[in-house]
Design a protein around this ligand. Structure first.
Ligand code: C2O
Ligand code: CU
Length: 492
């Protein structure tokens, strides 16, 4: 790690940070962050090779950062400022998006919308404050379906000033590859079939870039496991066997510690979960972690292999709740309301009929007008787009905003998934509370930046639009995004 990390805490910054400490919480966020010091990093996007499949398979040609898969873990402390020089040694344009980090618009890494794409041979330097502690990640926003799919991504961890006590803090970046029998990358990126169905789901799942065999643990050990789903399209639902994971953060944001619903830690593409895992099985035993998200397609992800020597006899009882990040609380009573409807894909027209779409009478409403009619659907298909947000299929990153949100005001966006497929919907520049699903209030009102919507589901999210600029809202199944499921919202 040390080869890409150049901490530069200058004497001036040190003095300033001491002053910031004594001034306490009175300082506004950005300036106290600035005072805490700048951490400098370098990332080089380039072609490389990685041992994805287990031996005796050979290695696989990938695109990656610094020759590593996943890219180097960028790890800073909350309140620090990051300066990251990204060099493009690929044969095509790229950018880097800091997924989930509440950055200023110009640092968001969206080609054409927030910056000119970084041409081959060029370097672009990103600079922003780590305002929130949590588990984030970075990836290109240019032709993501291929650039991310070939291996360009890495974890970005912002430590709490006062982290919860654990024995080990471990990051698992999950990814999914479509490999040939000789472990070469299938190069059918962006196929129309993947775009119309559930995206590029592969045949090889990795943890931190390798097909794992065992993960060594000790009885009595407490691990904070930071899970990041960096797959293009695969949704994971992890079952930790006899262990009882406790979710303490989602998408980097603290949540009331709780057992995951049905015992499965479910992560759509781009989503993260921090879990506390107490190693409560017997010394010398093995417990499999099984991914059960897709019915009848369960597979063993990895085995937790217990050492013969316990670390301690019982699991610790240290507190697990994380301190909250400084997120503005939306006021639901005064919030402006907006409707967003997703449709398209195979069987899309059928779902719209089922959900009560009108037959092309031009009426308004969530699925009214052209979106509601079978004929309208056919017209949309002929436009070349496959997926639509409020009836529009994106063709690039420059679009008229589909929503304009008054700055510093509270907003509720009611989102309807009028398709037969799952979609992890991501908003840039903000975290939002998930306040209801199918009309029922959520138990934890969790803060997220990416919310997984089931087929036909309606989800309401709420947030204060406090970050000015034009931001993306899109599905993080990268084939869906490429096939139109993307829009812009403006905060002004
Ligand atoms: Cu993780 Cu718009 O992206
Ligand atoms: Cu989608």
């Amino acid at each position: 790690m040390s080869d890409f990390r150049v901490p530069t805490l200058t004497r001036r910054a040190f003095i300033a940070s001491a002053a910031a400490l004594s001034a306490g919480a009175m300082l506004p966020l950005q300036s106290s962050a600035r005072a805490a010091g700048i951490r400098e990093f370098r990332l080089r996007a380039k072609h490389g090779r990685a041992q994805i499949a287990p031996e005796p398979y050979g290695d696989t040609a990938v695109w990656c950062y610094d020759g590593k898969l996943p890219g180097p873990e960028i790890r800073v402390r909350k309140g620090e400022r990051l300066r990251i020089a990204v060099e493009n040694a690929l044969g095509e344009e790229t950018t880097v998006h800091w997924h989930g980090v509440r950055v200023p618009n110009a640092m968001d890494g969206v080609p054409h919308l927030t910056q000119a794409p970084v041409a081959p041979g060029e370097t672009f330097t990103y600079e922003f404050d780590a305002v929130d502690a949590g588990t984030f990640w970075y990836h290109p926003h240019q032709r993501s379906f291929e650039q991310v799919g070939r291996g360009l991504y890495g974890p970005l961890i912002v430590e709490e000033v006062d982290p919860v006590r654990v024995d080990r803090d471990v990051t698992w970046v999950l990814s999914d590859w479509r490999l040939t029998k000789t472990a070469e990358m299938r190069d059918d990126f962006g196929s129309r079939h993947d775009m119309m169905h559930n995206g590029r789901v592969g045949n090889t799942v990795t943890i931190n870039g390798r097909v794992p065999d065992v993960f060594a643990v000790r009885k009595g050990e407490r691990i904070r496991l930071r899970l990041i789903n960096a797959a293009n399209a695969r949704i994971s639902g992890l079952d930790f066997g006899s262990h009882a994971p406790v979710v303490i953060a989602l998408d980097g944001q603290a949540v009331e510690p709780h057992a995951p619903e049905g015992g499965l830690v479910v992560l759509g593409p781009a989503m993260r979960a921090d879990i506390i895992l107490d190693m409560a099985a017997d010394a010398g035993s093995r417990v499999s972690v099984i991914d059960r998200f897709y019915k009848d397609l369960e597979y063993r992800l990895v085995d937790l292999a217990y050492d013969d020597q316990p670390l301690r006899d019982t699991v610790p009882d240290w507190p697990v709740a994380l301190p909250p990040n400084p997120l503005p609380e939306p006021d639901l009573a005064s919030a402006a309301r907006h409707e967003v409807t997703f449709n398209g894909g195979m069987m899309g027209a059928m779902v719209m009929q089922e959900m009560g779409g009108s037959m092309g009478d031009g009426s308004s409403g969530a699925m009214g007008g052209m979106m509601g009619s079978m004929g309208g659907m056919m017209n949309m298909m002929h436009s070349g787009g496959i997926w639509f947000i409020n009836g529009v299929a994106a063709e690039g990153h420059i679009m008229d905003p589909m929503l304009t949100l008054a700055r510093d005001k509270s907003h509720v966006i009611a989102m309807t998934n009028a398709t037969a497929w799952h979609h992890p919907i991501h908003l840039h520049g903000h975290s939002f509370r998930v306040i209801s699903r199918d009309g029922k209030p959520t138990r934890h009102r969790e803060w997220q930046d990416t919310v997984l919507m089931s087929p036909r589901e309606r989800v309401e999210i709420a947030f204060v639009a406090d970050n000015p600029g034009d931001w993306m809202l899109h599905c993080h199944v990268l084939e869906h995004q490429a096939a139109g499921m993307m829009g812009v919202f403006r905060v002004a």
